[in-house]
Design a protein around this ligand. Structure first.
Ligand code: SF4
Ligand code: FE
Length: 485
C-alpha cells in the first residue's frame, strides 16, 4: 500500500543524495556520504525506519494517523496522543534495535519534537509569543515529507564549572550572534550529534537551564542539515576502518551501524519562521528536561532491542561452542534476559504512567523515565559481561578473514577454530565477530558508552530522581504509622 506521506527506503536514500552537506572524515570533505563505506551502515539503520513502515505486519507500530494532517505518517514524526502511543513508541524502538543491532538515529528528532511541542505551547501561554504555531507548521512539513529530523541538544560546554555567558570563549555554547528583521544568525556547535549525516533537518535546542545573563543562548530552531555554515566533523568509532577492508567478516555487523559527529554552526542564518525560542531563558530548563525525559524513555526500547540481538548471539555461540547444556551457561542467559526485560519494563512503565500536557500531547512519567535510563547506564554492561563470559576469549584473539581465506594458513584457521563438528567454522567466526563488534567495536558506542552517557550521564538522572522522589510524603507515611505528630 502506498501512503502519500510515507517515503520508501529507496526514496529516502535518493532524498539524501540530493543534499549538499559539508561532511568531513579523516580530514577530508566527503563527496557523497551516502556511498561512503564508513558512513553507509549508519544510513542503512535509518533506512530501516522507512522500510519497516512499508510492511503491513508493522504498520500499526511503525505508522500512525497524524492528528495534524489526517494522513498516515511514520511514527518517528508523531506527537504522542495517548499512553498507548507512548508504549508503541518503545515497542517500535525495540523492534528497530532487533533489526539493526545498532542505533537507528531517528528517535532524537521524535523526542525533540515532542519536547518542543509542549514547551512552545506553555511558553506562548505564559509570554504571549507565537512559537507553537510555527513549530506545528514545521512539524506538518516534516510529517508530509516523511523527513528524518535530528534533535540537537548537547553543546561542547567548555569549563563545566561556568555558565554559558561566563566561558572564556563565548561560542562554547551555541548562541545568537546577530538579530535581523527576518531571522537570527547563530554560532556554536553541538557535540556527539547522533545521525546528523542521515537527517534532512536539524532541530536545535538549548542544553541546560539558563538565567537572564544567558539570554542569547536560550535558542531553539530548525534548519536543513545542508544549510550554509553547518560543518559536520564525523566521529571515529573503535575499529571503524575495518569497513575499508576487503571482506565482511571482520566488520562484525556488516550491514548496520550508528554515528555521531561534531556539528559546527559557523554563523548560520535561521529564518524567522523556523525559530521556536529566542531568548526565553525561563523555558530552556523545561525544554531540556522534557527532551531528556523522552530520550530516557527511548532507551527502554532501543537498547533492549539491541540487547535481544546480543542475547541471541550469546545463545547461538553457546550452541556453536558446545556449551549450551552447561547449567551455568543456561543460568547466565536467563540472567541476561532478566536484565534486558527489566529495562523494557521501565520503558513500558514510564509510558503507561504517562500523562497529558496542557498542549494536549502526552508525556512520560518523569521519575520512571529517569529510573529507566539510570538502569540503562548499568545493566547493558552486565549483560555484555555475561556475553563475553559465554563467548570465550576467542572473540578477541581470533585471526582475520584474510587469514581464513589464505592459501597457506587458511586450513589451520578452519581446523583449529572448529568447535561443534556440524557447525561451519565460518559461521562460528561470524557470531564471535558480531559479539566483538557490540562489545569493543563500532556498535559498542551504541550499546555501552551511549547507554552510559547518551540522553544524559548517570548523575543527570540522579538529580531528576532526587527532585521527583517526594521524601516528605515518604516520611509522613512513617509518622502516620507511628503516630508521630
Ligand atoms: Fe534512538 Fe536509541 Fe539511537 Fe537514541 S540511542 S537515537 S533512542 S536508537
Ligand atoms: Fe542516543
Amino acid at each position: 500500500m502506498i501512503f502519500m506521506a510515507l517515503m520508501t527506503a529507496a526514496q529516502y536514500e535518493e532524498s539524501l543524495r540530493k543534499m549538499n552537506m559539508e561532511v568531513y572524515l579523516f580530514g577530508k570533505r566527503v563527496e557523497c556520504p551516502v556511498d561512503d563505506p564508513i558512513i553507509r551502515p549508519s544510513l542503512n539503520s535509518v533506512k530501516m525506519t522507512y522500510e519497516l513502515a512499508q510492511k503491513p505486519e508493522y504498520q500499526e507500530l511503525m505508522t500512525v494517523i497524524s492528528p495534524l494532517t489526517g494522513e498516515r505518517i511514520n511514527r518517528f514524526a508523531h506527537i504522542h496522543q495517548s499512553t498507548e502511543d507512548l508504549k508503541n513508541k518503545v515497542k517500535m524502538q525495540r523492534l528497530l534495535g532487533q533489526k539493526t543491532a545498532s542505533c537507528f538515529q531517528r528517535c532524537v528528532g521524535m523526542d525533540a519534537f515532542n519536547a518542543c511541542y509542549s514547551t512552545t505551547y506553555d511558553m506562548d501561554k505564559a509570554l504571549g509569543t507565537n512559537y507553537h504555531e510555527k513549530l506545528v507548521t514545521f512539524l506538518k512539513y516534516c510529517q508530509e515529507k516523511d523527513l528524518t529530523v535530528d534533535g540537537a541538544m548537547t553543546d561542547p560546554k567548555g569549563d563545566r564549572g561556568l555558565s554559558p555567558s561566563q566561558q572564556a570563549d563565548p561560542d562554547l555554547f551555541l548562541r545568537i550572534v546577530e538579530r535581523r528583521e527576518n531571522g537570527i544568525v547563530v554560532r556554536g556547535a553541538k557535540a556527539h550529534q547522533t545521525g546528523i549525516v542521515n537527517s534532512h533537518e536539524v532541530l536545535v535546542m538549548p542544553t541546560i537551564s539558563m538565567t537572564e545573563k544567558d539570554v542569547d543562548y536560550a535558542v531553539c530552531f530548525a534548519v536543513p542539515v545542508d544549510t550554509k555554515g553547518i560543518k559536520i566533523i564525523y566521529g571515529r568509532q573503535s575499529c571503524d576502518t575495518r569497513k575499508l577492508e576487503d571482506g565482511m567478516l571482520d566488520r562484525g555487523n556488516p550491514k548496520f551501524g550508528g554515528h555521531e559527529a561534531l556539528v559546527v554552526f559557523d554563523d548560520v542564518f535561521v529564518p524567522e519562521e523556523r525559530i521556536f525560542m529566542c531568548g526565553e531563558y525561563q523555558f530552556s530548563g523545561s525544554l531540556v528536561e522534557r527532551f531528556a525525559g523522552f530520550h530516557r524513555q527511548s532507551y527502554g526500547g532501543c537498547k533492549v532491542g539491541v540487547g535481544d540481538v546480543l542475547i541471541g548471539a550469546t545463545a547461538l555461540i553457546a550452541d556453536y561452542n558446545g556449551t549450551k547444556k552447561a547449567s551455568h551457561v543456561k543460568d547466565k542467559i536467563i540472567e541476561m534476559v532478566h536484565l534486558n526485560e527489566t529495562l523494557y519494563a521501565c520503558g513500558i512503565a514510564c509510558s503507561s504512567e504517562g500523562h497529558t500536557t496542557p498542549a494536549g500531547s502526552f508525556e512520560i512519567d518523569m521519575l520512571l523515565a529517569n529510573v529507566c535510563k539510570q538502569n540503562v547506564t548499568r545493566l547493558p554492561y552486565e549483560i555484555g559481561r555475561l556475553a563475553e563470559d559465554i563467548a570465550g576469549g576467542i572473540f578477541v584473539t581470533m585471526p582475520s578473514e584474510a587469514d581464513y581465506n589464505s592459501p597457506i594458513v587458511g586450513k589451520y584457521v578452519e581446523k583449529y577454530l572448529k568447535a561443534v563438528a556440524t557447525v561451519p567454522t565460518y559461521d562460528r567466526m561470524k557470531v564471535l565477530r558480531l559479539i566483538e563488534n557490540m562489545m569493543l567495536g563500532t556498535a559498542a558506542v551504541g550499546y555501552k558508552t551511549e547507554s552510559l552517557h547518551g540522553a544524559g550521564s548517570p548523575q543527570a538522572q540522579r538529580i531528576m530522581i532526587s527532585r521527583q522522589s517526594n521524601l516528605e510524603m515518604k516520611k509522613q507515611l512513617v509518622k502516620d504509622i507511628l503516630d508521630i505528630k
